[in-house]
Design a protein around this ligand. Structure first.
Ligand SMILES: Cc1cc2nc3c(=O)[nH]c(=O)nc-3n(C[C@H](O)[C@H](O)[C@H](O)COP(=O)(O)O)c2cc1C
Length: 173
């Protein structure tokens, strides 16, 4: 069974309309999604739901300036049990101090402790973690290729919709 994981502070989970403050809040999501574009599928749906979101591929914009954004999403496929090293290096170099940060990521295995490296960077910059969304993503790494891959078809439509719901309720008081 594929599980969907979404975490945010309880106060952030309330339903309702967006306040004017939320509407003017500038959000960027820096991402690395190279295996099958699994993570990018979630981000494209988020950006379609909120066109004010700026998506930054850290391989194309390794020097991107995040200082003008209020909230920063850090998004990645999981490689060798961690966020992609390119994303971690980008955050180390360019994540400003004291921002609100959320995580979006996809992984082939059903579960794991995948945030350790990136969280260390975020905490080191005195940023506030406001939520995370993750689900499985199609994985043909190494021996999995021989069996046609694992988590085929993921993220699926339900997981993509859940990522958008996560984003839309993020950070609500
Ligand atoms: C080189 C490599 C290493 C990977 N290591 C892991 C891993 O340690 N744990 C895991 O659950 N998935 C692992 N995966 C699977 C990816 O995390 C999964 O397919 C993810 O959805 C890829 O996201 P992307 O398409 O956005 O890059 C690995 C994939 C590759 C190519």
């Amino acid at each position: 069974m594929i599980r969907i994981h979404m975490q945010m502070p309880k106060s952030a989970a309330r339903e309702g309309h967006r306040t004017s403050e939320e509407k003017t809040m500038k959000t960027a999501i820096a991402y690395y999604s190279k295996h099958h574009g699994n993570t990018k599928k979630l981000l494209d749906a988020i950006a379609a739901a909120d066109p004010s979101v700026t998506l930054i591929d850290v391989t194309e914009q390794p020097q991107a300036d995040l200082s003008a954004f209020d909230r920063i999403g850090l998004a990645s496929g999981i490689y060798y049990t961690n966020y992609a090293k390119q994303l971690v290096a980008f955050a180390q170099a360019h994540l400003p101090e004291g921002k609100d940060v959320f995580f979006v990521y996809t992984h082939g295995a059903p579960a794991g402790n995948f945030l350790k490296g990136i969280r260390e960077v975020v905490e080191g910059k005195n940023c506030r973690e406001i939520g995370q969304y993750h689900c499985q993503g199609f994985d043909t790494f190494g021996p999995f290729k021989l069996v046609g891959g694992i988590a085929k078809g993921h993220p699926d439509d339900g997981e993509i919709a859940a990522a958008v719901r996560f984003y839309e309720t993020l950070g609500r008081e």
